[in-house]
Design a protein around this ligand. Structure first.
Ligand code: ATP
Length: 443
């Protein structure tokens, strides 16, 4: 085969326990009489000097059987995906390895999942997305570290270039459009000229429309999960790809300002609340659709087949955020309890969006007011009343909807610092009951 080099030192950059495991897996390959390779992103990243542990192995001919053998040997968890001839191993120490059978893929139609047949490693590399992802390193003991690079992946890595392997690549699988933009974003590489032309051509057709909801969602969320996806988002805008989320989802200057403010909003949030776990891609999706109508957002949610939780988040991103923002930052004072009520069912992602919107408005005074309210709100989320429904019952109040009203008012009073003790709560409860009785009598 062309373009082979021997670079055992490349794999030595991985942690020792992983190198040991890969050597043993190579040994198992010899015992089973099959050729085993590590391939794809890990090899690319090692060549770039980064260590990632997203290990993809590929085995000539017998991937799943080999995966079972490895799972037995190491007592690893095993999930098998027969249709794609792949398996995922979960090792007791937390390491995960994907094992596939080297294969050729054929596409019955563009944009649908391919049909898979066993094939040689050369053919397997030829069906990959870009040259930089089409490099394999063999693990069998005598060939340990043998690098197979038939398409000039190392050359393109050195030249910081993303290049498809053949002219029909984006037609076969339009998810590669998003993958190209993702790698361009992550590595700051350039799309090679022909690749760029092919990509623009594929983007201008309706191919992406044929992708299933989960596949499109996966690509969009992976893109937005990149460290700072602004360049990728700009590229999606240039190529008019947001139309595939919804044809009326426009990347207007206003939306652009909100999206551009997201990284700063996220950075502030993480600094302030280091324990909160934010799903960053959701914030970007919310920002992107924040000026769209509820109808457009609902259609986008359906198109992307978002989970119920994601859907709930994304649908609060529009008018509700605007309304809360106006109330909180307008002139005149707003009580902490009112802020609490306004934000009570916002997710943390929604709160970050609120901040991004205010940042994009470039109004320093309102921004610092909002930040103060957010800090207070997060603290107030932990505030609880001392009294419960049972206490109200013990005080002689008949169970009913007034429990919620009274406990709500107690909580508000606590949040606003009007009361601080259980005795205060009891006194306020008595006053509220008295007032309610008076109102009832007046009626
Ligand atoms: P990341 O660092 O984002 O995980 P990766 O390259 O490891 O990037 P994966 O999605 O894990 O990406 O895919 C592993 C490998 O499988 C890729 O490096 C590539 O060789 C191949 N691959 C993945 N998706 C495609 C695709 N749509 N078309 C062709 N080959 C693909």
């Amino acid at each position: 085969m062309a373009k082979q080099t021997h670079r055992p030192a490349l794999l030595q950059r991985l942690p020792d326990r992983v190198v040991r495991l890969l050597r043993e897996i190579g040994q198992l390959g010899d015992e089973r009489g099959c050729q085993v390779y590590v391939v794809g992103g890990v090899v690319r990243d090692l060549l770039l000097g980064h260590v990632t542990l997203d290990l993809d192995l590929t085995v000539e001919g017998v991937g799943i059987a080999f995966a079972r053998l490895v799972a037995d040997r190491y007592r690893a968890g095993l999930a098998v995906f027969e249709r794609f001839a792949t398996a995922r191993l979960a090792f007791p120490d937390g390491l995960k390895i994907d094992i596939a059978t080297t294969r050729r893929e054929s596409y019955a139609q563009p944009a649908v999942l391919p049909t898979v047949q066993p094939a040689s490693i050369e053919e397997d590399l030829s069906r990959r997305d870009f040259t930089i992802n089409a490099i394999a390193v063999q693990l069998n003991p005598r060939q340990f570290g043998r690098l197979l690079d038939p398409y000039g992946g190392q050359r393109d890595l050195r030249a910081h270039t993303i290049r498809v392997l053949h002219a029909g690549s984006f037609q076969d699988d339009p998810t590669r459009i998003f993958r190209a933009i993702r790698f361009d974003q992550r590595f700051g590489f350039l799309l090679e000229r022909t690749t760029m032309r092919l990509l623009a051509q594929a983007a201008s057709t309706n191919l992406i429309q044929q992708l299933s909801g989960p596949r499109l969602r996966n690509e969009i969320l992976l893109l937005f999960a990149e460290h700072d996806p602004m360049r990728a988002i700009a590229r999606l805008g240039q190529l008019k790809l947001f139309r595939f989320l919804h044809r009326r989802l426009c990347y207007t200057t206003k939306v652009k300002r909100v999206v551009t403010a997201v990284p700063k909003a996220l950075a502030w949030w993480v600094r302030r609340f280091p324990d909160s776990v934010i799903h960053r891609p959701t914030v970007y999706l919310m920002a992107l659709s924040s000026k769209s109508s509820a109808v457009v957002v609902a259609a986008m949610i359906r198109r992307l087949a978002l989970s119920r939780e994601q859907a709930k988040n994304v649908s609060t991103g529009g008018r509700r955020v605007d309304r809360a923002l106006r109330r909180i930052t307008n002139k005149g004072t707003v009580r902490p309890s009112q802020v609490y009520r306004l934000l009570a069912d916002f997710s943390d992602e929604g709160l970050v969006l609120l901040l991004a919107k205010q940042l994009s408005a470039q109004h320093e005074v309102r921004l610092s007011l909002l930040k103060r309210h957010l800090v207070a709100y997060v603290k107030n989320k932990a505030v609880k009343t001392a009294l419960t429904g049972r206490d109200l019952q013990a005080m002689g109040l008949k169970p009913g909807p007034q429990y919620k009203t009274i406990l709500g008012k107690l909580l508000d009073a606590r949040i606003d610092g009007m009361i601080t003790t259980e005795a205060d709560e009891r006194a306020l409860t008595h006053r509220l009951i008295k007032k309610a009785v008076l109102v009832l009598r007046e009626r």
